[in-house]
Design a protein around this ligand. Sequence first.
Ligand SMILES: [Fe+2]
Ligand SMILES: [Fe+2]
Length: 434
Amino acid sequence: MRQILTITLTLLAIFLFSPLMLLIAVCIYLEDRGSVFFLQERIGLREIPFKVYKFRTMRDGKVTGVGNILRKTGLDELAQLFNILLGDMNIVGPRPLTKYDIERLGWNQYKYMKRFSVKPGLTGLAQIYGGKGARVSKCFEFSYLKLQSLEMDLRIILVTFVINAFGKERIRRALWESLKLRKRNPNWNKWFKHFKRNSLAPIRENMESISNLSDEKLTALHRSLAIFQLGEAGEGRIAKQIDSVHIFGVNKAYRECIKLFVKEEGKHGRILALMVRSLGGKLLEHNWTESLFSFGRRLLGIRLKLLVLLAAEAVSVVFYKIFIRELPLSGMRAALIEITRDEEFHLRFHQEFFKIRIETNLHKIIFKLLWRSVTLLAFIVVVLDHHKSLMVFGISFSRTYQDYFKIVRSVEEEICNSRKDRIPEFVNTVLHLR
Ligand SMILES: [Fe+2]
Ligand SMILES: [Fe+2]
C-alpha cells in the first residue's frame, strides 16, 4: 500500500517538476557542457550502499554558478526522485548519509541499527529542521522512527513543499520557534522531587480509634474509608501503560513521576487500611464504584484514562474534606489531612499533563465537554456509594455538590486558561509532533 502510494506520488512529482528539471538540466549543460547528474554513494536500507542522484553543482572542486542557485534552493536534491523510483529511497525517511557521515557520527554502532531498518528519505523530520548538529538530528530521526505513520508522512511532505515554496530559512526559523514553544514541557523534575520527598515520609502507624463518635457514624465512616481504600490501591496499571506511550510531554521524567505517583496512592491505600481496621471495620475486596472507575480506565486511551484519574482525584478531595470536617481532632484526622494534601498535589500534577495539550478553542470545547461529563458521572456514582455516610453525618447533598462544583470549575479554568501564548497557527495545523 505504502509502496503504491510512494510510486504514484513520485510519478506525479516527476510529471509536475519535469519542466523545471528539464530547465535545470539544460542550464547545467549550457554552463560548462559537463554531465547533468552527479552520483554519490550513500548508505541505504540495511546499510547497503546505493548511488544517489543529484544535479551536478560543482566542477573541479568548485561550485558552479548554476550549482550555487541549486544548492541554495535545494533543487539539486530533486533528482533523488529517480532514486525513489529505483526503490533506493522513500519520500519520507531518515537522511541518506555517506559512509563518512555515519562513521563521523558514530552511528555505525549496533544500537543505531534501527535507523537503517527503513529506506532513507528525500525529506524527513531531520531534513525539514535542517542542520542543527548530530544530537538534534539523531533526536529527529529516532522520533520519526517511533512516530512513523501515513499521516505523519503526509504532514512532512506538505511542510517540505511549504519550505521550498516560501523560503527555507524563514520557514525553518518559524518551525524552530514553534518547536521551542512546544518544548516548554512542564517541569516534571520538580514533580519527581515532590513525589520522592513524599515517599520518604513515614506512615503514621498507630491509628488510635476515635471514641467520641456514635456507633452509627463509626460504621458509616469505616465503610466509606474502605471504599476509598480500594480506589487508592488500584491505580497500578497506568504506570505500566505509560511506558509504552509516545505522546508529547510524556518523557522519561514524567514516567518516573507516574511511577512514584502510583506508589503514593498505594501508600494512601495502606494508611486507609490502617484506619479501617482500627475503626473495627473490614476491608473490601470488590466494590461497584471501584469496578466502574477501573473499567473506565481500562477502556479508554491514555488521555481519557488520565482524565478519569483527574476526576477521581477531584472527588476524593471533596469527600476527604467532608470527613475531615466531621471528625474530631485525632491521629486519624491528621492522617486524612495528609492524604488530602497529597491529593491536592495530584490534582495539580495531572493538570500539567492536560495544560500542554489544550491549545485551540476546539481542544477547549472537547476538553470541557469530556471533563464535565466525566466529573458529573463520577460525582453521581460516588454520592450513590456514600449516601449512607452522608445521611448519617447529616451532610446535605447540595453542599457536597457545591464543593465539588468549585473544584471541577477551578481545574477546568486552570487547564483551559493557562496558555495565553499560542503556537503559530500554521505549524500547529501542519506538523503535530505528538
Ligand atoms: Fe490517593
Ligand atoms: Fe490521588
